[in-house]
Design a protein around this ligand. Sequence first.
Ligand SMILES: [Zn+2]
Length: 243
Amino acid sequence: MKTAFVPILFLFSSLAAAADVQPVELHQKLSLPAGSTDKVVALTLDACGGGFDADLVDFLIEHRIQATIFATRRWIRRNPDALATLKAHADLFDIEDHGANHIPAIIGADRNVYGLAGAADLKQLKREVSGGADAVKAATGTAPRWYRGATGEYDPEAIKAIEAMGYKLAGFSVNADSGATLEKKKIVGRLKKVRSGDIIIAHLNKPASDTGKGMAEGLQLLLDRGFRFVTLRDAQVVPVGGR
Ligand SMILES: [Zn+2]
């Protein structure tokens, strides 16, 4: 009796585990030397799909602000002129992988995050990651080393799979524009709270949103406070509680 019972228990426990899987948001900061008084932050900008916020990028160029751009294959194909602008300033902008088609790193097409359906299975997730990476490599000549999944939410299983493909996962500590949905005042308010080591996330694909204006005002305040900006290219990050 005992031997027949054990597999049934295993079955129940694994079903329960699958039903309980909740995606996680990765919160990270830059790893700074202990006691460092350096005022340094990383700005990351997602290019999910859609267009190009030229005003925001012009502001970054004018003020020599470095940023890590997470671009999808879809965005790269739709925005050749924007890509040319970013590539013309390769000293400022590091282009990394945001997937092929902006499919979140959660497993199950019947599950969704912020209205976006997950990958059907691990195979599709891997195609999403490698398809985005191939597009970045073809567009820039440099293979990406960082991945940020659509919505920034991940199943633990997806995290393992993406890391096993050799990518570092990019989280954040300050969500500046909540997917380009916030009004200018709120964006500025969030950037006012930035501290050294923060990793900021915002978007450069929604020129009609308040993101460009809010970021310009908020980033100017950070420059005035003496902050400098680094890309994730050579950065070390550590997990933290988000805010
Ligand atoms: Zn995105």
